[in-house]
Design a protein around this ligand. Structure first.
Ligand SMILES: Nc1ncnc2c1ncn2[C@@H]1O[C@H](COP(=O)(O)OP(=O)(O)OP(=O)(O)O)[C@@H](O)[C@H]1O
Length: 247
């Protein structure tokens, strides 16, 4: 379904006299199957978010391709309704002047539905993420972090996409709330069979949610493993990540 083919990405160095561009992604290739939950783990600065932006078509690789069902994600029509995203920073993901109703209406409004259908769909979406219909009238500042991230998840599933890219989607949440949101994501994955690309520095969270894990290091894929094979990881780097997380 998603094919990443030999992508390279560099950024210009920040100082105007300091020569070389910084190479962030080096010849990265992988695929994600329909309904698969693929984890991408790696340390801070390894290029995970850059990769996430390229998958979402928010930025372009210097070379290589990102294809969704054989079509380039750089075309808006390929992404529309098929792909959505959940980011770490749930507060800035929501317009502070929008109520939850308005935040949900935005993606739903794109689909031509009657008003009563949209109202029913918004309540259904809130139910799916464990929130009551009373939340429709709340503003973002009236929500806890976990509640705000649930609203962002409701938005992400509202168009029934085939793929959701999540970049550190639970990392800003407190421990117990993190687990609740991971359980919600796991339940939704079973129910909707949407593919997930779950980008995180947290190998434990990835192991909880994902079927397969790509270990990312300094802009390269170090290792690709099924979750059941994690204990038998070949690379020293993966084993270090595992020991640090006490998985
Ligand atoms: N738009 C940009 N312009 C210049 N440099 C960038 C840009 N985006 C990312 N970088 C650089 O690319 C490198 C990788 O950043 P990236 O955010 O992709 O890593 P990451 O693995 O997601 O890290 P973290 O988990 O800390 O967010 C960093 O050195 C960063 O400074």
């Amino acid at each position: 379904m998603l094919e990443v083919q030999s992508i390279h990405k560099s950024f210009k160095a920040s100082g105007w006299l300091t020569g070389k561009p910084q190479k962030v992604l080096h010849d990265v290739s992988f695929h994600c199957l329909p309904g698969e939950c693929l984890g991408i783990i790696g340390e801070s600065g390894s290029g995970k978010s850059t990769l996430g932006r390229l998958i979402l078509g928010l930025d372009q690789p210097d070379s290589g391709k990102v294809l969704f069902e054989g079509q380039p994600v750089s075309q808006a029509k390929v992404r529309r309704g098929n792909m959505s995203a959940v980011f770490q920073n749930y507060t800035s993901s929501m317009n502070p002047y929008f109520t939850v109703r308005e935040a949900l209406l935005e993606p739903l409004g794109l689909q031509s539905r009657k008003e009563e259908d949209r109202e029913r769909r918004m309540k259904e979406l809130l139910f799916q993420v464990g929130l009551s219909p009373a939340y429709l009238n709340k503003a973002p500042h009236e929500l806890s972090g976990g509640e705000a991230q649930r609203v962002c998840i409701a938005r992400a599933i509202s168009t029934q996409p085939k793929l959701i890219v999540m970049d550190e989607a639970v990392s800003s949440l407190d421990g117990s709330v993190q687990l609740q949101v991971l359980e919600l994501l796991k339940g939704l994955h079973k129910q909707l069979n949407t593919a997930y690309i779950f980008i995180t520095h947290d190998i434990q969270a990835a192991a909880f949610l994902c079927d397969r894990i790509l270990v990312f290091r300094q802009g390269r894929i170090e290792e690709s493993l099924h979750v059941s094979e994690l204990q038998h990881a070949q690379s020293d780097y993966t084993r270090t990540l595992l020991s640090m997380s006490m998985y």
